[in-house]
Ligand binder design. Structure first.
Ligand SMILES: Cc1cc2nc3c(=O)[nH]c(=O)nc-3n(C[C@H](O)[C@H](O)[C@H](O)COP(=O)(O)O)c2cc1C
Length: 182
């Protein structure tokens, strides 16, 4: 079961910068791209940014479809995360090769990845060239999260709530312990 979130609650799912799987629709079906570079950028309206190189197959799919979904994987999906970041949807079907499950989104046509723990559904709001990447600004239309992993924040101390943080190359850190500032 997925718990619906407001757009601003959904933005918080990526406050701490987990490696994400972005789904986007193309002519031949949906593709998945692994991204380390994403961040919330505005509260009103709720906006986030992802940085995608024009050489990626997903780049023009985002431009042409005008929408995308950010899916937050947990650490158990390390193999699938790395595969989706090292092969291209131009000549490979990443849903088929990873065995990941498509489930319908509520606000956009691109699918959610069922095995991921959180989802942010976005409409393309603007895009800017930044050096050798394009910054896509997404307006958050909605979000959802596994309800057993959310109590107002992502429950990162449960093993299923542990997210992956890209250190470079094939190295990742796993986030876990939750602490509070006093
Ligand atoms: C952990 C990880 C993080 C990545 N982060 C980004 C990123 O932020 N931006 C980007 O353009 N590519 C990034 N990549 C590279 C793309 O995921 C990779 O080139 C992918 O194969 C492109 O898929 P596509 O051609 O199907 O779109 C990352 C790869 C990995 C493994």
């Amino acid at each position: 079961m997925k718990k619906p979130l407001t757009p601003n609650q959904a933005l918080q799912l990526i406050n701490h910068g987990p490696t994400i799987l972005v789904t986007v629709l193309g002519d031949r079906g949906p593709n998945i791209i692994t991204l380390a570079w994403s961040t919330p950028v505005s509260i009103r309206p709720p906006l986030l940014a992802i940085s995608v190189a024009p050489s990626r197959y997903s780049h023009n799919l985002i431009l042409n479809s005008g929408e995308f979904v950010i899916n937050v994987p947990n650490a158990s999906l390390l193999k699938q995360v790395h595969l989706c970041g090292t092969i291209s949807g131009r000549n490979r079907d990443k849903f088929r090769e990873t065995g990941l499950t498509q489930i319908p989104a509520s606000k956009v046509q691109a699918p959610l990845i069922g095995e991921c723990i959180g989802h942010i559904e976005c409409k393309l709001h603007a895009h800017y060239t930044a050096g050798d990447h394009t910054i896509f600004i997404g307006e958050v239309l909605g979000g959802s999260v596994n309800e057993d992993l959310y109590d107002g924040h992502l429950i990162t101390e449960k093993v299923e709530g542990e997210t992956l943080h890209h250190l470079g190359g094939n190295a990742y850190a796993i986030a876990g312990r939750r602490v509070y500032a006093r």
